[in-house]
Design a protein around this ligand. Structure first.
Ligand code: ZN
Length: 149
């Protein structure tokens, strides 16, 4: 692999349909129904509320509020989970619904793993981080939310 190819492969989105990448200001990608206004994440080709296929892709807000959460206390089943941890290296992490001003709730890993640091209704912001390294040495980027400092 040449230098350029190596550099290009350094960071890859976990799924190119989930967020804009590469970008200096990456955003989650949803879809908005032009018939009833429902916003979906991940983006859909038809509206889950009214079944209209008149939907438009849209970029979602990067801040919202914590709607609900739990702490994932054991290694999720793989697949679908694509992390590199083993039962021995696994660390619990927060998982939550973040309600965005776009009137959509996004399921997300949270940067906080202690329930004492999380409160329903608190302000949350979107972050991007390496999730694992693939077989080519590229960092696979995923999204998460963290409390606004
Ligand atoms: Zn609709």
């Amino acid at each position: 692999m040449n230098q350029r190819g190596a550099a290009k492969a350094l960071h890859k989105p976990i799924d190119p349909k989930l967020f804009t990448w590469p970008s200096s200001n990456p955003r989650l990608l949803g879809s908005r129904c032009n018939n009833c206004g429902t916003t979906s994440f991940p983006s859909q080709t038809s509206c889950p509320r009214c079944c209209s296929e008149d939907v438009t892709p849209c970029e979602l807000a990067t801040r919202g509020t914590l709607w609900s959460f739990t702490i994932q206390g054991f290694l999720p089943k793989s697949p679908p989970y694509a992390g590199e941890e083993t039962a021995a290296t696994f660390q619990p992490y927060g998982v939550g619904y973040v309600e965005l001003p776009d009137q959509v709730r996004v399921v997300s890993r949270l940067k906080v793993s202690s329930p004492e640091e999380l409160e329903i209704g608190m302000d949350m912001e979107l972050v991007f981080e390496p999730f694992r390294v693939d077989e080519d040495g590229a960092e696979i980027i995923s999204y998460a939310f963290r409390p606004v400092a």
